[in-house]
Design a binder for this molecule. Structure first.
Ligand code: KG4
Ligand code: ZN
Length: 330
């Protein structure tokens, strides 16, 4: 029985998971309303919000699960990567609880958590390739078994979700922009010619900053010429440029490692175009595709509790000297 705690960005969350797979509670308090007016997450504001909420959210998670603290075998907390001030709140809360009760502490990598969101739906089978796409990450990870991660590719600049949010901002759409671009793209045609960064021939890395600049130039040039932008077409063109690379490189990673299953994770998994295209390609190539439901795609503590369970089973405990690691590698 593991209590998970997640405060790496703008969601304060606590959850109880039994046996790594059974979700007993998953309480999420989003700060979206506070950050929206700034057009993005303000780190200092996020930290303060986490401080105000964390104790209450942990209590609620235990209450909803119907368990008391003494029933817990471990406390799993997101150690990184993320905003350092935000991470520190979760780490401090987890350490305090562990110190007061003697319950073992486990430090979890946020990306490992995103992958284990799938484990709460259907037990993960190995080996697998995971595509983790969120506001902060774009990574291709190979897993041979529990706790065994090998990074195959990552973004060299912006994360996919960050690119969606930045382009949305250029188009004067509200934050977070991903869902708005997704909705607009469905009404348009990809008529604008935008670049795809394939990088070196064998690379599984990503780059989205050139695409973002291309959109910025396109909007700038149109305004200089007093031409109107076809918004839905621009959204469709941008989304297609992102998805072409995400889908192609994921399939390459699957083929290169010889695995038979692809797991999707992170907030951008909500993108309807990405879901449709991955389903089509995976069906053609007879690859099993796993996508968690929306509430488990975005940041939550249940995924952290699930990943933490397998570290606990491996005896991979943290000391009370555990610190927040904003640039933690997997
Ligand atoms: O995983 P997540 O909740 O937080 C991070 O760990 O970053 O991901 C949030 C990101 C945002 O950039 C948001 O714009 C993007 O996921 N997103 C989407 C969609 N829904 C959320 N991007 C594209 N299409 C969507 N439907
Ligand atoms: Zn995340």
């Amino acid at each position: 029985m593991v209590l998970g705690i997640e405060t790496s960005c703008d969601e304060t969350s606590a959850a109880v998971v039994k046996g790594g797979t059974r979700l007993l509670s998953n309480v999420i308090s989003s700060q979206m309303d506070v950050h929206r007016k700034f057009g993005g997450v303000v780190p200092e504001v996020a930290s303060r919000r986490h401080v105000e909420r964390i104790t209450l959210i942990m209590q609620k998670a235990l209450e909803q699960a119907g368990v008391s603290i003494k029933d817990l075998d471990a406390i799993a907390v997101t150690q990184g990567p993320g905003l350092v001030g935000a991470l520190l709140i979760g780490v401090s809360a987890a350490k305090a609880l562990s110190f007061a009760t003697g319950i073992p502490l486990v430090g979890v990598h946020h990306i490992a958590g995103h992958i284990y969101a799938n484990h709460l739906v259907k037990p993960l089978e190995f080996p697998l390739v995971a595509l983790v796409v969120s506001g902060g990450h774009t990574e291709l990870i190979y897993m041979e078994g529990h706790n065994r991660y090998e990074r195959l590719g990552r973004t060299r600049d912006d994360a996919a979700g960050e690119a969606f949010d930045k382009v949305a901002r250029l188009m004067n759409l509200p934050y977070p922009g991903g869902p708005h671009i997704d909705r607009l793209a469905a009404q348009g045609n990809p008529g604008y010619d935008l670049p795809r960064a394939w990088l070196e021939a064998d690379s599984l890395d990503f780059s989205f900053s050139g695409l973002k600049s291309a959109v910025m130039n396109l909007i700038h040039n149109a305004s200089q010429r007093n031409e109107a932008i076809r918004e839905a077409d621009l959204a469709a063109s941008f989304q297609e440029a992102v998805l072409d690379v995400l889908v192609e490189k994921s399939l390459r990673a699957v083929k290169r490692t010889g695995v038979k299953r692809l797991v999707l994770a992170g907030g951008v998994s909500a993108n309807s175009g990405l879901r449709v295209r991955l389903h089509q390609r995976c069906a053609q190539e007879q690859i099993e595709l796993l996508i968690p439901p929306l509430e488990l795609c975005t940041d939550n503590a249940a995924m952290i509790a699930s990943a933490g369970t397998y570290q606990y089973l491996d005896g991979n405990f943290a000391e009370l000297s555990l610190n927040a690691e904003p640039n933690l590698s997997l």
